[in-house]
Design a binder for this molecule. Sequence first.
Ligand code: ADP
Length: 269
Amino acid sequence: MRAAPRVTCTEMDPSDRNVPEDEIERLRQALDAETERRLQVQKQLERANADFEGFVSIAAHHLRESLRDVAANSQLIAETHAGRLDTEADLWLGRIRGGVARMQSLLTDIVEYAVTDTSPRQPARTDMEAVLRLAMEKQLNDENAAVTHDPLPVVMGDSEILTRVLKHLIGNALKYGGTPHPRVHISARRENLEWVFSVQDHGSGIDPAFRDRIFGVFKRLHGKEYPGTGLGLAFCKKAVEWHGGRIWVESTPGEGSTFYFTLPPAGET
Ligand code: ADP
């Protein structure tokens, strides 16, 4: 075994008047060069992010256009040949329309996932009650569902991203709610330096073996009986981590799941 090399460290006291002028100048130049290098790297990163975002949005635009063509033409065939198609042809047309709808959802979720953290955004004071109201507007109105909540705090965050996070978590709680009358409850508690939010349902629950896996991209535990892309929770993870928070799930299979995520509080002024 080789002996660990000896490291000696010469500490420099800034008040030490014996440090030679040229050494101070050398250190100043090194610091300036490092600052300049970091600025260049940051600019390159910003350019790469902007290029990537532009590429994703143009690609999505072209794909949506092609999908609209497929949808419009299959609709045309169904209308102009109404009553003249056999059941097999009707079935195939139905499959085409189902495929188009799935591709449209996939595209929406892929774009959402891909560009979450590429645009320059600054967290601001965000009222989570308002965020919840917006998230609920984006849910399909289901009269059989009951969504309740405790008072929610103001956090430091991005309102648009957090609206999407709540939309996905509440949407999942309703979708996998397990009964014709799903119940979802949202609450928040303060723990030291952060707020811990929870979204609780009483659905089928999640096997503990898959608790981490479900936050991966395209990871699904359910089949086609529940529509979905497997990107919602991956988006939530990326979005919460962008805010410096964590997300996890606790669940008892058969009794329901509670998704937790943390966010920084808005500074108390
Ligand atoms: P999806 O579009 O499939 O809903 P998500 O990324 O939102 O994708 O969720 C990943 C998987 O985690 C889902 O397919 C489902 O199997 C499981 N899941 C998510 N939320 C819940 C929940 N509240 N209860 C039970 N299973 C859930």
